[in-house]
Design a protein around this ligand. Structure first.
Ligand code: CU
Length: 176
């Protein structure tokens, strides 16, 4: 038993202010809850829902195949790949701790960017426009993307993936 016994009435009727805030919070929570599926349908930047299972080896082969065919240059040992006009499927391989290869895309053209990981979960984060997707081993996630501005973009990993996580930075070029 406490030295000073607490007051027995622990619940008091809500004051007018409290009632107002609880009501406002409830309305907001319900609104966001029901708006989620609506925004999934009408929003134009919802996450991809095209996914396949693929072994890391097979994905690696597809990536290497693309690199061999469409390589146009190299930056510090990292190939730069520019797929021709009739090719829209491109591959981006994530592994500890690199994004491979450097993709060079054309502005206004629609691409299907396949992403997969060779080891563990990574996070694709395109900067500075802040587009984010999870990249998983064993899955090929297809992101449909049409670049609307040209320039140099950076891909960082936003899912902690070990000692070299902070060095896991890639590049993406968009040409006019
Ligand atoms: Cu990573």
């Amino acid at each position: 038993m406490a030295i000073h016994e607490p007051e027995r009435i622990w619940w008091k009727p809500l004051s007018k202010d409290e009632r107002w805030w609880v009501t406002a919070a409830l309305i907001w929570a319900l609104f966001t809850f029901f708006f989620m599926p609506v925004y999934k349908a009408i929003g134009n930047h919802t996450p991809p829902n095209e996914t396949y299972t693929i072994s890391p080896d097979d994905f690696d082969k597809l990536t290497e195949n693309m690199v061999t065919k469409y390589k146009v240059g190299e930056e510090q040992g990292m190939p730069v790949v520019h797929p021709p006009a009739d090719v829209s499927d491109v591959y981006l391989r994530a592994k500890m701790w690199e994004w491979y290869p450097i993709l060079q895309l054309d502005k206004g053209k629609e691409y299907r960017i396949h992403m997969s990981s060779m080891d563990l979960n990574h996070g694709f984060s395109l900067q500075p426009i802040d587009m984010n997707f999870m990249v998983f081993p064993g899955y090929d996630n297809v992101v449909k993307l049409t670049p609307t501005s040209s320039g140099e973009f950076h891909i960082i990993c936003n899912e902690f993936c070990g000692f070299g996580h902070h060095t896991m930075a890639g590049k993406l070029y968009v040409k006019d």
